[in-house]
Design a protein around this ligand. Structure first.
Ligand SMILES: NC(=O)C1=CN([C@@H]2O[C@H](COP(=O)(O)OP(=O)(O)OC[C@H]3O[C@@H](n4cnc5c(N)ncnc54)[C@H](OP(=O)(O)O)[C@@H]3O)[C@@H](O)[C@H]2O)C=CC1
Ligand SMILES: O=C(O)C1=N[C@H](C(=O)O)C[C@H](O)C1
Length: 275
């Protein structure tokens, strides 16, 4: 039976004034299978109290941007959250209390943030990924397979490129790719990651996985996984041409999560790429 407007999953977007927040709000509004039911910003933002559509430079939508996340979450089926770590852990608690699906795109989470999210996921479905695009999630699988096939004669280096407003490094995507490479090699990433080189570093250690972060202009997000031996190089590369790839994945996750048991999920679960 076709769903009527009020039965479609209602979605709240947090960080609504942000680069991803605006992209997500537009994607929810454009998707005939979803309803936008709330837009949350941090207290003090000059978007609070304004109509979201007008604040985004278009016509009014009848949705007022609020800092009352509690009220916004109470009436929703899912929250899509691309904000900042301190906000995301609070939103996870809130999602758990209201039993709504929490889709987390926020990166730069510390181990204690991830532990708090895991606690919240005992009460509701939480889907989290450092990159929600189909391409990057496929790339993690390829990276794992290539790392498995090659021995430590091949040095693995992950190079990420982002815009000059990005606040965390390595990117969430770079860490996903690093985890995939470490998994392929059957080692713990923590034990082999080189997350920044400066000065007299000594020669590269065999078996380590290196990370390098480039920040410049408006680069949306590009990632290279380099496998380099003395005589050949393989480079796996993903380029995000625009932010719709992330929003599309997040929306897919919000819909996929409806009716799922409490727990932690990732985009491989959503995309059916777990093998
Ligand atoms: N997983 C993925 O596929 C992707 C992940 N990201 C990640 O998403 C996050 C956001 O990226 P981006 O949109 O570029 O960043 P922006 O800085 O443009 O947006 C973040 C927004 O969150 C808001 N915010 C901060 N704290 C709160 C709070 N307590 N309550 C409500 N809103 C809050 C910010 O408000 P203010 O500016 O006023 O502080 C801002 O509007 C980053 O961690 C980024 O790495 C980005 C793209 C893809
Ligand atoms: O901050 C961004 O912009 C992005 N962040 C994510 C990350 O940290 O990998 C995903 C994407 O690359 C864009």
């Amino acid at each position: 039976m076709a769903e009527t407007g009020s039965q479609l999953p209602g979605i709240v977007v947090t960080g609504a004034s942000g680069r991803m927040g605006q992209m997500l709000a537009r994607s929810v509004l454009d998707n005939p299978a979803t309803r936008l039911v709330g837009a949350v910003e941090r207290s003090g933002s000059d978007w609070i109290g304004r109509d979201l559509g007008a604040a985004m430079g278009g016509s009014a939508l009848g949705i007022t941007v609020t800092d009352d996340a509690e009220a916004a979450f109470a009436g929703a089926d899912a929250a899509i959250d691309f904000t900042a770590p301190a906000a995301t852990v609070d939103f996870a608690d809130l999602a758990a209390r209201h039993g709504l699906v929490h889709v987390i795109g926020t990166t730069g989470l510390a181990p204690e943030d991830i532990a708090r999210i895991a606690t919240a996921a005992k009460q509701t479905a939480i889907i989290r990924a450092g990159n929600m695009s189909l391409g990057v999630n496929l790339l993690t699988q390829l990276t794992r397979k290539v790392a498995q096939a090659l021995d430590e004669d091949f040095d693995i280096e992950i190079v990420e490129y982002h815009h000059n407003r990005k606040v965390d490094a390595p990117s969430g995507t770079a860490l996903m790719l690093g985890e995939a490479a470490a998994e392929g090699r059957e080692v713990s990433l923590e034990g082999v990651a080189d997350r920044g080189r400066d000065g007299i570093t000594g020669a590269r250690e065999r078996g380590h996985i290196g990370f390098a972060a480039i920040r410049g202009g408006g680069i949306i997000g590009e990632h290279d996984v380099l496998f380099a031996s003395q005589s050949e190089r393989i480079i796996l590369r993903h380029v995000a041409e625009d932010r719709t790839v992330f929003a599309k994945g997040a929306l897919k996750a919000a819909l996929w999560g409806q009716g799922k048991a409490p727990g932690e999920y990732d985009m491989l679960d959503v995309l059916g790429l777990n093998d």
